[in-house]
Design a binder for this molecule. Structure first.
Ligand code: HEC
Length: 138
């Protein structure tokens, strides 16, 4: 009797655990899909759909050091990139537009999509992390 109950409890525990794993997987898949869409709509005209960019104009995003650094990814998306200051006080040249109008969800999805597609492993960032990063360096 006790054995049966124990077995049933173990079976339920296993099933429950499996459900959680499934749910987490589905969530990641939908994030990656949203990231793919967001990339196609906002990034691919410069970095190209395959992420290899274009000659000396737009850098390739296939760089492990970049794809493992969520801070650089999030900051670059939110604030874009300015050219290093050539003449002090001169209007800085904008190399990449700031894309901070994207939602926290879209930016988190982009990080998942980029790292999953071209990095060694997927990086999961929360929307809260993106929110916090918005308050960082202007
Ligand atoms: C109008 C063209 C343009 C668009 C649109 C654009 N980028 Fe960029 N991006 C650039 C350029 C140019 C650079 C290189 C800037 C530099 O040299 O510092 C760059 C740099 C980057 C870098 C840093 C690369 C490195 O080597 O350090 C990342 C990451 C990046 N972009 C991601 C994105 C993502 C993600 C999007 C879409 C949300 C996007 N970019 C949209 C032009 C663009």
């Amino acid at each position: 009797m006790t054995d049966r109950l124990t077995l049933a409890a173990i079976a339920l525990w296993l099933l429950g655990g499996w459900h959680l794993v499934q749910a987490a997987d589905d969530d990641l898949q939908s994030r990656i899909l949203l990231g793919e869409q967001t990339f196609g709509d906002n990034c691919s005209k410069c970095h190209q759909l395959d992420g290899y960019g274009e000659g000396g104009l737009y850098p390739s995003l296939h760089q492990q050091s970049l794809l493992t650094d969520k801070t650089v990814l999030i900051q670059t998306i939110i604030h874009g990139r300015l050219a290093p200051e050539q003449v002090p006080g001169a209007q800085p040249q904008r190399l990449m537009p700031a894309l901070g109008f994207l939602s926290d969800r879209e930016i988190a999805a982009l990080v998942a999509y980029l790292s999953n597609s071209w990095g060694d492993e997927v990086i999961v960032v929360t929307e809260e992390e993106v929110q916090t990063a918005r308050q960082g360096i202007p």
